[in-house]
Design a protein around this ligand. Structure first.
Ligand code: CDP
Length: 248
């Protein structure tokens, strides 16, 4: 978030944003499932200009052994930005930012992954941001949810994620790059299918009323994303009736 150039208007008088969206609209999302043959589960997701690839491995024996837990699987989440994913080359290797995003994203999944079924194992979620355009942590969580389901990891439900923010004094859903750069606040959220919040972060300043208004928008955004996620998984896993009858 930086100082906005004086002549830059992010929202027009008739309520349209620079990319033509209204305040309550998310960017177009496209999801492909099962794109990596060596991973147990995988997903490629585009959201606006973000491009994210996720590979899930496990449950598999956790190494090193001292990392194992006798009563459950350990969940590991690694968020990484490709050096070519941003305008100024991203320095390879972990940064404060990527370590923080990995931690909060892992925590966003812990309430739904049934880790207790797989003692002494590890479930690894590897996120590669190929192209970043604001909202990569939320995009990566949406993709990870699909990759985990693709890997057959037992979960109580999917996790869905979306941010709201404040731009030109207005509360809007799913910030694009200009809004992220020059907006007044960014507020990423992740939630379960039942609307229980598993990640909440805030950059900038918001009043309690603005947060309330933003959370309503995020609920709407997450509902739309959940429908996209469910449609993709249904398509992948549903068995055509003809195939079943042919085999029997
Ligand atoms: O991506 P997200 O909104 O979750 O995280 P952020 O830290 O708020 O970053 C916002 C955006 O800034 C990213 O999506 C990238 O487009 C950009 N960025 C960058 O250009 N270089 C970095 N080293 C980190 C982020």
């Amino acid at each position: 978030m930086s100082n906005k150039p004086e002549n830059l208007t992010l929202i027009t008088d008739d309520g349209l944003r620079l990319d033509g969206r209204r305040a309550d609209e998310i960017r177009p999302m496209k999801i492909e499932v099962g794109v990596l043959s060596r991973a147990d589960g995988s997903c490629y997701l585009e959201w606006g200009r973000n491009k994210i690839l996720v590979g899930v491995f496990g449950p598999r024996e956790a190494h090193p052994r001292r990392s194992q837990r006798a009563d459950s699987a350990v969940i590991r989440y690694r968020y990484n930005m490709a050096s070519f994913s941003v305008e100024d080359r991203a320095r390879p290797g972990p940064s404060r930012r990527s370590i923080e995003i990995s931690k909060v994203s892992r925590e966003a999944f812990e309430p739904v992954i049934m880790a207790e079924l797989f003692p002494k194992t590890a479930i690894d979620i590897f996120v590669e941001v190929l192209q970043a355009d604001a909202g990569t942590r939320t995009a990566a969580i949406n993709a990870s949810s699909i990759a985990l389901a693709d890997a057959g990891i037992p979960m109580k439900g999917l996790i869905t994620s979306c941010a709201f923010g404040k731009v030109d004094g207005k509360i809007v859903l799913d910030l694009n790059k200009e809004e992220d750069n020059y907006g007044e606040a960014d507020f990423p959220v992740a939630m379960t299918q039942d609307g229980e919040i598993t990640l909440i972060q805030m950059d900038g300043n918001l009043t309690p009323d603005e947060i309330k208004q933003g959370l309503e928008l995020v609920k709407k955004g997450c509902k739309e994303i959940l429908e996209i996620q469910q449609a993709v998984l249904r398509k992948k896993f549903e068995t055509p009736v003809e195939e079943v009858s042919e085999e029997t």
